[in-house]
Design a protein around this ligand. Structure first.
Ligand code: BT5
Length: 249
């Protein structure tokens, strides 16, 4: 299985590292291109939501992949990134994080990392851009994020050196990406995520599909979809959405 051979480009400031990778991918850049910016002025989440990316406060990077994978496995690339961040934070910061379906890492129920995987067509084939934002330094979050966001420094009392975190992250990403390419790779990745996610099973949640569905999570499908059992016993398979915890009253 081919390993990721990272080609790292660093920038002081970019609108969005995902957009810069898309630009270079359109020009024919190879798998493994990794763009890092000290700040983003227009960092993005899903559905064009903003990702706050103040200067030197976090690790903001995007990796270009040109996967030779079945289409069914492509959604699992977000999980590969989540596992890599989870490994790197454990290795470099001794910080255990919870993978929140489908694209967040939490510490103490607050968001420490978000992942944005986007598929694009290029003249040399379809490609995936995996954007990862990790809050490293304590940061004065705007009031709407104060209660929902956190950073490595807040959680551990120490801001890890971004390069140390990056090296560990790229190594782990390469390892999990290789796993995904093996026979039964989907199952291995899904199993690993399930083991590191309190959201995969037996969690009371609300998800913003079908008019805000409420139910209990019942595991992950091999394509990464989330099974949710509603109160009338029906099990729905959710491919994408925003999940919030429903707390017992
Ligand atoms: C995400 O979207 O969580 C994906 C974030 C991906 C960011 C990376 S940084 C490098 C690369 N370049 C980019 O332009 N993007 C990627 P989503 O699940 O839609 O969550 C977005 C929501 O997270 C926002 O609406 C806010 O509520 C919240 N948020 C914004 N900035 C945050 C931050 N720094 N820390 C925690 N939460 C944040």
């Amino acid at each position: 299985m081919p390993e990721i051979n990272p080609h790292i480009l660093r920038y002081d400031s970019l609108p969005s590292t995902n957009d810069e990778v898309a630009r270079q991918a359109a020009l024919g850049a190879d798998e493994g291109l990794c763009v890092i910016a000290a700040e983003q002025t227009a960092g993005r989440g899903r559905l064009q939501r903003a990702w706050l990316s103040p200067k030197n406060a976090g690790l903001y990077l995007s990796i270009l992949l040109r996967p030779a994978l079945d289409q069914q496995s492509w959604p699992l690339i977000t999980f590969v990134a989540a596992l890599a961040v989870n490994d790197a934070l454990l290795q470099c910061c001794n910080l255990k994080t919870d993978i929140k379906w489908p694209n967040d890492l939490l510490s103490n129920d607050r968001k420490l990392c978000g992942i944005l995987a986007e598929t694009i067509e290029t003249s040399t084939g379809r490609a995936v851009i995996v954007g990862i934002g990790i809050n490293v330094r304590k940061n004065s979050f705007p009031v709407e994020l104060e209660l929902v966001a956190t950073s490595v420094e807040t959680e551990t009392g120490r801001a890890v050196a971004p390069d140390e975190l990056l090296e560990s992250l790229l190594g782990a990403f390469s390892k999990h990406y290789q796993t995904l390419q093996q026979a039964s790779g989907n199952e291995s990745i899904v199993r690993a995520v399930s083991a590191r996610s309190s959201y995969a099973s037996n969690k009371r949640i609300r998800v913003n599909v079908d008019g805000n569905l409420v139910g209990t999570t019942r595991g992950l499908e091999s394509d990464g979809s989330l099974r949710v059992e509603t109160d009338d016993g029906e099990v729905k398979t959710i491919r994408a959405g925003d999940v919030t915890v429903v707390r017992a009253t």
